[in-house]
Design a protein around this ligand. Sequence first.
Ligand code: WTA
Length: 654
Amino acid sequence: MNDKSIDSVLQEQRVFRPAAAFTAAARIKPADYARLAAEAARDHEGYWARLARELLAWHQPFSVVLDASQAPNYRWFTDGTLNASVNCLDVHLATRGDKTAIVFESEPGEVRRLSYRELAAAVGQLANALLAQGIHSGDRVVIYMPMVPEAVVAMLACARIGAVHSVVFGGFSAKSLRDRIEDAGARMVITADGGRRAGKLVDLKGATDEALAGACATLEKVIVFRNAGNEVTMQAGRDLWWDEAIAGQSAQCAPVFVNAEHPLFLLYTSGSTGKPKGIQHATAGFLLGARFTSEWAFDLRDSDVFWCTADVGWVTGHTYVAYGPLAAGATIVMYEGAPVHPDAGRFWSICERHGVTIFYTAPTAIRTLMKFGDVIPAKFDLSKIRLLGTVGEPINPEAWVWYHKHIGRERCPIVDTWWQTETGASMITPLPGAVATKPGSCTLPLPGIDAAVVDEDGVEITDPERGGYLVVRRPWPSMLRTIWGDNARYLATYWAKFDGRYYVAGDTARRDADGYFWVMGRADDVLKVSGHRLGTAEVESAFVAHPRVAETAVVGRPHEIKGEAICAFVVLKGQRPTGAEAEQLATELREWVSRELGAIARPDEVRFADNLPKTRSGKIMRRLLRAVARGEEITQDVSTLENPAIVEQLRGKD
Ligand code: WTA
């Protein structure tokens, strides 16, 4: 027994090598990868400086690469100036002005295309409108929009004039919106009348009004984009329609060149406790991370149609819907709607009709679609897809294999990209032409990213059977700079554990004999059974390996002898069983998991559900499940759950 590390129980031996044809054409081939890794190891700062010079368009070139004088508040390229919107738009106009930047599809099926020239003009007009409304460099603007191209236009218009955007996911409540507006001290909200999801209207303007009522002292103006056509109340002097705001404004807006460290955006992420943290990102470092990872990890090139299904309200939407692919000059797909609307074929139909070549989604979406079976994707022509990606949670090996077989048709590499709101861009991820993949592993850190697994004392763990804390030992350009308005919390959350030496991601992981990383779950969720510390991901993956299981979440609850007992919430591929059938299947599953992982990981309790409680970004709410398993009062805010009614079912009260 070793209480400084975590025991690994998962055995996953499958290896998928990149196809020779893919490697031959890849941006990063095995030899490039070796050269880049060696360059970064030899000269960390020189490597990042070279990439920053080659991949970003600077107004004033930088001479300082890394300023560590206030570590761990690291700063990069500190004396350079640039503009993020110039890097995403102006640089493309001469060579690909007429190329489609955005293909948009609404839930009812309307399709719109914007070329780079049209996108640049829309951004210029809105930027001029923001200036006319008195918004200036450094002001905070909250964007509370549906997944329409105008959400990206609004982000880039802020960047154009140096305003700091803070996108709030359109599914969040008025209260969440209010908290974020107040914390950011925003002067403006850009929203829409409404959004559309699963055939229903999302009343964004109504929620904005509710958020602002008697609150948000810094807020002066609201710009409202006409999207869903629902009735709204406009408050005179405060609210104006988007089309009125841009009327008569020039499409040309001179960019405000900002310092490399100027905040590009704040993005709020909920911590495990307390109020949401405003993660602050810097212009140059973020943009560099977004661009190079888009090109390398997704092998992105001019001919690609890239669909990242994330909402712009999450970091994945910032990095891989907006900034990364646009800086790379790619064509992106945006879809405003639910993945299963009108049926579970919607994603595949969009891929087929728009010729998607790179498809990037979350494990939660993959497991949901997997639940609907193989017959649906088989009806679609997915032959244009050449690469798949996943992000957001550990992907269970069986879901990975399903994705590989039924979506990638055993032809496409899968990039499992580990990263966080805080890291700004992908960190541990296979380079698809150079690194063999293993289902469930995010493989190896990108060149220049010094990730490691350490024990409670900060000592690196090299034993492949043991896991520990996932840390990053050297600063990297796209790292968060601070938590907005609370640097003490930044230091305490990410740096204090190992005395400021390492960035602490809050995840647990292990490295196998090939040095591959396997994320085991959040450090807060570690189970402690009979003195063994187990990560949630491994136990869950063993469940998902059972042919009848679609999805599961495991949590611990106190046990007199074992310390903690494992309680599993299970969603089956078919109907939820009840009575004797449920009992029999629960026994079978407990046996199954104990055979897969060893008796130590045998769950004490299995409960079946139609669904699992998830955050709006699709992460399973294990904290809430822990309260359910322990029979405690639910203290979490369940109002933002996708399906709040599920809580009653999980508690056995439906
Ligand atoms: C988890 C999303 C395993 C992890 C970009 C991390 C993952 C948190 C992976 C960040 C992955 C993300 N494998 N776990 N490929 N990607 N995670 O801030 O726990 O929404 O710390 O950023 O998601 O979530 P966030």
